[in-house]
Design a protein around this ligand. Structure first.
Ligand SMILES: Cc1cc2nc3c(=O)[nH]c(=O)nc-3n(C[C@H](O)[C@H](O)[C@H](O)COP(=O)(O)O)c2cc1C
Length: 162
């Protein structure tokens, strides 16, 4: 399945996770895209589109996603799969990884099928917009407080995508 990774990252954390995912899936660097430097139409060649965002502000998706989402949510992605991941900080307890929820809400408009819901009960938080109908919409990660969990969680999540 031709797979592309799209990420937005302010301090490099989500970029590093995107690169780790790419290495584990054997995805070439040309198929790993920083949304700050990429046109939304770049999603077109991929059957599986992996999207990663950190959360900033008061629970918003990382800022580079804003223009990208404005473009991509107009594109018909029916028949393709989207998998979401994101980095946050569980001490921001009312908005943990909520940026991933923002991606989910916006990208739903494309008609793509979402894959890769993955349990987040290892973290301690009150609320996240990335939990929809009781389940995470993707892989939520906390590199600030629980970086030791990340590698194993990525491996477990990748198994759900195959
Ligand atoms: C000012 C500020 C606001 C943040 N807001 C949130 C938030 O609302 N929810 C959350 O889960 N993490 C929040 N974080 C944590 C970041 O998402 C986390 O540090 C992440 O790893 C950054 O990834 P990046 O370098 O890829 O952008 C915030 C961090 C900062 C510095």
């Amino acid at each position: 399945m031709k797979t592309g990774i799209f990420y937005g990252s302010t301090t490099g954390t989500t970029r590093e996770i995107a690169e780790t995912i790419a290495n584990r899936l054997g995805i070439a660097p040309d198929d790993v895209h920083d949304v700050a430097k990429t046109a939304p139409s770049a999603v077109a060649p991929y059957e599986l589109i992996i999207c990663g965002a950190s959360t900033w502000g008061d629970g918003e998706a990382q800022v580079d996603w804003l223009d990208f989402l404005d473009g991509v949510d107009m594109i018909d992605l029916r028949g393709k799969k989207i998998a979401l991941f994101g980095c946050g900080d569980e001490t921001m307890s009312d908005t943990f990884c909520s940026g991933v929820g923002e991606l989910y809400k916006r990208l739903k408009k494309t008609g793509a099928d979402f894959v890769g819901s993955y349990p987040a009960d290892v973290y301690h938080f009150n609320h996240s917009e990335a939990i929809v109908d009781g389940a995470p919409v993707g892989l939520l990660l906390d590199q600030v407080n629980h970086s030791d969990l990340t590698s194993g969680r990525i491996d477990g999540w990748l198994l759900t995508l195959s």
